[in-house]
Design a protein around this ligand. Sequence first.
Ligand code: OAD
Length: 231
Amino acid sequence: MQITILTGAGISAESGLGTFRDREGLWSQVNLEDVATPEGFARDPAKVHAFYNHRREGLLAACPNAAHEALARLGRALGRQLILVTQNIDDLHERAGSPSVIHMHGELLSALCDHCDHRWHREAPMSVEDSCTACAKTGGVRPDVVWFGEMPYRMDEISEHLVKSDLFVAIGTSGQVYPAAGFVAEAKLAGARTIEINLEQTDHSGVFDRHILGPASKVVPSWVEEVLGQG
Ligand code: OAD
């Protein structure tokens, strides 16, 4: 059986990382256009760096929770039969031990040079004075994250996996942001069964065949045990 899992901010909520669209979510605290668009970065790069520096600091202090750990167990058991795609820019799936993760919205601990497209691991705060570790130019170093108006990473590869899936599972995502929000329909069209795992119903719940409601740290481990028990 081929399984594709899509995770969103809800899987990392119990690790202390905020979600985006809940009442206290990130997008109720900051203006998305200022910090998550190429135009916002062009207008005020120092403000954008400060925003991601703060999130990077939060990430370095956070730990994976039982949901990340359960998916890592599933990944080790299923090997290439499991494709894990995340919209999250944190590295909690990797730290929990997931063998392979597709970060469609980029990674907070990665820097990208706009001049030469070089990428490198970066934990320290970024600033407008930073220079690229490959081409040495300044003024082009940015967080390696996908902003609104930019193309998410590895889309062709994700589509290939979706059409081959027997089961598609969305965990902790509100389904508000495309193209990820369209994955369930894509997988379904190709014949996959679909499961939504979330704290509560979402606007897209009607599209899924099955719903598992509850906090990810509780319900994801139970679902993983169920899948492993069937094997
Ligand atoms: P959202 O904040 O839109 O949705 C988070 C979802 O997680 C909601 O449906 C919650 O009900 C659910 N949730 C919260 N706590 C949970 C818990 N403990 N267990 C299970 N579910 C829980 O976050 P995303 O859907 O990930 O993109 O957002 C998608 C994209 O929008 C992000 O990748 C980001 C954002 O703008 C970019 O910045 C490009």
